[in-house]
Unconditional design. Sequence first.
Length: 413
Amino acid sequence: MITPRPEARNEHRRWLLELTTLPTAAGREWRIERWVRLWAEARPGLTVEADPGGNLVIAMEPGKVEPGKDAAKGFSEGPPVFLTAHMDHPAFVVERIVSPTTVELAFRGGVMDDYFDEAKINIFAAGAKGEHAANATISERTGEQTPFNRFLAELEAPDDQIALGDVGVWELPEAEIDAEGILHTNACDDLAALVGALAALDELYRARKEGAQVRDTRVLLTRAEEIGFIGAIGACRNKTMPEGSRVIALENSRSFIDSPIGGGPIVRVGDRLSTFSPALTAAVSKRAEAVAGAPMPTAAQKLSEAPKWKWQRKLMAGGACEASVFCAYGYEATCVCLPLGNYHNMADLDAVQAGNNTQRPRVGREYISLNDFDNMVDLLIACGEDLPAAGGLADRLDTLWGERSGVLDERTA
């Protein structure tokens, strides 16, 4: 199996810190797109194309099979495998300049009303004097609230560089990786998964240059997920992914007691909208078992027998993801996600939802485990190397039948 080198892991951490702090919002993902295009340009043999909706597809060129002249091989047989992630995160977008110190913003994404009261935000202006952040405070809800909630924000000082379409984000401490290997940053959802997709593609790309044969693995980066999967719907309607493609949607999903941060990446069998393609979910799970070197322990085994490489298999019904969209449009699709803390930047969310919080709701940095992230990359690489048609359950059942069906003949007293 292809395993990232230590220097590659360090590179992935740098990408995480860079990308997850870039301001982005549904429809205003251009900073992410710019970063991704520069990343791809540094890798001859990768292509980047935008579909009619502005979603990006990154792919490895087929390459010529010329033994002795070109180490790159053709792809192994099978339909394309798409790793998908979205480029937006819940954020504000400037819709009206009210005065030199007041702007009206729309919030594009899902955050409880409780978190907006007098919240501090940074508005990123890309004016003639260069990009900078203007500090502001949410003052009141205003105007028509459909399709997005709208707010007035008061700037700390007049700023003539702010323009319509500028992105505002929560004011948060600097991103960091703590001593326990937890990444605390502005927007894990879904930029950490996006980095995971690029990291896996990068390792497959490097291995292929050295002569390895891999699946035709591509990355689809969608827009406007946080306002109803609009980019993913557009990609399906435009047939951005060829019919028959196998789709692994990547997400950051709210962690619960039974889906802990640090428990490994989650092969997600469904969400609150649907269950995903069983055969593909089983195939990805089989690859996880191959990376781990053993299945997860059953109730008849001790937890000490669990493999050191961790992963989880869960429904994760607390939210919805693009895998449901892809399935609805006829694709074979499933999801791999990272368990996430401070979902959509909502700190103390369990207590706030239950109404028993003792402090005023406040925003906070999202956080994930770097070990979970590394294991997600390992799993995606494994799927890019070899992704079986199914998880092999039928074979296991046939084996059980052959070994034990004789007990059915014991029908006499």
